[in-house]
Design a binder for this molecule. Structure first.
Ligand code: HEC
Length: 139
């Protein structure tokens, strides 16, 4: 009887842990963002963020990746076209498609947090609130 009681207690604790809310914070955001990156950005920017010469720019310590979070999130929401991007003398002109109808605010926040903390980058996380506010402003 005592054993059964113990088993029930262990079961309740295990279940309580399993159904906890998705974790918040940097680590969890990076883990979710990695999946978004693999599904949405990897084909162009490559698994290690190094890009494709003359086609897709690298995401390694560029001023866009490490700089102003609004400018960065705007690139993902609205895409980037018509300009020339120069990264250490390498030039890029191909358009990047807008992803505002493809990705949610959460997915954009997560993928940018992932990119800003991968490929040798180290920068603060991007929050859902920041993306949400920007999306509303750019409408
Ligand atoms: C269809 C290919 C394609 C996809 C998909 C794509 N990009 Fe891009 N990205 C580009 C191209 C091309 C440029 C350069 C645009 C220009 O020269 O005007 C660019 C530019 C950028 C830049 C600014 C320049 C730099 O290298 O720092 C960032 C940041 C960026 N992309 C992030 C992302 C993220 C994050 C995703 C996924 C959510 C993504 N891109 C998806 C092709 C793509």
């Amino acid at each position: 009887m005592k054993k059964l009681f113990l088993a029930v207690i262990v079961f309740i604790f295990a279940t309580a842990f399993a159904i906890q809310q998705p974790a918040t914070g940097l680590k969890a955001a990076i883990a979710r963002g990695k999946t978004v990156y693999e599904n949405t950005c990897l084909a162009c920017h490559q698994p290690d963020g190094s890009g494709v010469p003359n086609m897709n720019p690298p995401l390694v310590k560029t001023k866009w990746v490490l700089g102003d979070k609004k400018a960065l999130a705007k690139i993902v929401l609205k895409g980037l076209q018509g300009g020339e991007i120069d990264i250490d003398g390498d030039k890029f002109h191909n358009p990047m498609p807008p992803l505002e109808s493809v990705l949610s605010d959460q997915e954009i926040a997560d993928v940018l947090t992932y990119v800003r903390n991968s490929f040798g980058n180290k920068a603060s996380l991007v929050t859902v609130a920041e993306v949400k506010a920007l999306r509303a402003k750019l409408k």
